[in-house]
Design a protein around this ligand. Structure first.
Ligand code: CA
Length: 450
């Protein structure tokens, strides 16, 4: 905690000016917890607040991880979109890892932690249910928005080149299974167990006929250590958010067999969620935060802003990585490596506001159901969760608050979904998830634990 306190600082004049102060961190090091408050430098003129829109409090502390999914939180802070709606004392705090974020939301800002922030799915559900908290204490949370889609990938070490490891893993199945049989199994990592990254690497392997529970070794590694572990050879592959997979290729440590945008275009990625008690106590402040977030998401999705986005994210208190490393992936330019064609397609890049599948920001209940279904698939949640999923999702997913905030912010009707279901989802291997029948999806999968 003392290290945390020492490195805490407040920003009043924007981040880039302070870059020189923070030369300690270098590429590949784990992010050190830092925080920032962007109160007095709002780039946007605050709106005139009415009694109905005046936040109960202008103060909130939100956590983030230094990956592309955090961009809407960082931009809402840096561009003054939170302040525009009266939230002029927002603190966004870099979390050392996902376990720390969980610990910090358990104690809340009153205890020196956070009130909410960026989450992999279904962390807000697992925390609400007391499944990953200390002493299994239930800390009810509300899912309020999706932060982003895409912008994640699977990276594999250079030593594994030329083995047919691509999006379609069926070509590399014999090789990977052979590694296990020879006593040197393929070691793959994710940043936190039983959430997005774990699901993406499992889906990718299983689609190629490789059983992630028995044919490879899976482990948890903090995102920022993935590069170092790949360098030292203690890891063969990992699944995480940009810029880390891109870094592997830029540093010539490995290659990218697959982007999540290829596996499931417009897939659900990370979410904005807060402690339910904070939201219940501060409903107008919650909507103000959401309005700022939505405006930031629209800003982030404007391709003309992406070079500036790379600059802002590169700041020492955020990613602490050169903008030149961030920009290609933000523009949809990926060097895949190992004989695969490079990708230059903006629609494959991380997106924040909308895609051809509709709203990115709106938290569709049908997508929460996929995460619960996939959790049942791998035995992370008992099968009974599927039978009780609707009641649980209705409790945790507060798309109703998102809609109220969107209407107050003047978001066009066309951008406010009328259905809580996004409909049928299609995956790269031809599998289909119909939210009306999740059991049929489970039945269609050859490799599963359930
Ligand atoms: Ca992610």
């Amino acid at each position: 905690m003392s290290n945390f306190s020492r490195r805490r600082f407040l920003i009043t004049a924007g981040t880039s000016a302070l870059s020189a102060v923070f030369l300690k961190g270098c590429l590949g090091n784990p992010p050190e917890p830092t925080s920032s408050t962007g109160s007095s430098t709002a780039a946007v003129t605050p709106i005139a607040l009415t009694p109905e829109t005046t936040p109960e409090t202008p103060t909130v502390k939100l956590g983030f991880a230094p990956i592309f999914e955090a961009a809407p939180l960082i931009i809402a802070q840096e561009k003054g979109f939170f302040a525009k709606y009266g939230m002029n004392q927002v603190e966004i705090a870099k979390q050392a890892n996902w376990g720390s974020a969980r610990d910090n939301v358990e104690i809340g800002s009153a205890g020196g932690g956070i009130d909410g922030g960026q989450w992999q799915m279904p962390m807000p559900y697992l925390i609400s249910e007391g499944l990953i908290t200390k002493n299994n204490v239930k800390v009810p949370m509300y899912v309020l928005a999706m932060l982003n889609t895409q912008g994640n990938g699977i990276a594999v070490a250079k030593t594994q080149m030329g083995k047919g490891i691509t999006l379609d893993m069926s070509k590399a199945k014999d090789y990977v299974v052979g590694l296990k049989q020879s006593g040197k199994p393929f070691r793959a990592a994710f940043t936190f167990p039983k959430v997005n990254q774990d699901f993406w690497i499992r889906y990718w392997l299983a689609a190629g006929g490789i059983n992630p529970d028995t044919d490879v070794n899976l482990m948890t590694v903090p995102a920022a250590q993935t590069v170092a572990n790949m360098k030292t050879g203690s890891m063969d592959g990992f699944s995480t958010g940009d810029p880390w997979p891109t870094r592997i290729v830029a540093d010539d440590i490995g290659f990218m067999p697959a982007l999540t945008a290829q596996m499931w275009p417009s897939h659900p990625e990370e979410y904005f969620a807060m402690r339910a008690d904070w939201v219940d106590k501060n409903p107008k402040a919650t909507k103000a935060i959401l309005k700022g977030l939505m405006e930031a998401q629209q800003w982030c999705d404007n391709q003309a802003n992406r070079a500036e986005l790379a600059q802002i994210l590169s700041g020492a208190s955020y990613f602490n990585v050169p903008a030149t490393v961030l920009e290609p992936a933000l523009m949809g330019k990926y060097k895949m490596g190992d004989g695969q064609a490079d990708i230059d397609d903006y629609t494959k890049a991380v997106q924040y506001w909308k895609t051809d599948r509709g709203s990115v920001s709106y938290p569709y209940k049908s997508l929460d159901l996929w995460f619960i279904t996939e959790s049942v698939r791998w035995g992370f949640l008992p099968a009974t969760y599927l039978d009780n999923a609707k009641a649980l999702i209705d409790k945790v997913n507060r798309e109703d608050i998102w809609k109220q905030a969107a209407k107050e912010a003047g978001i066009p009707e066309a951008d406010i979904p009328s259905n809580t279901s996004r409909g049928v989802e299609k995956f790269f291997d031809g599998k289909v998830f119909d939210p009306e029948n999740p059991k049929a999806y489970l039945a269609s999968l050859a490799i599963k634990k359930v």
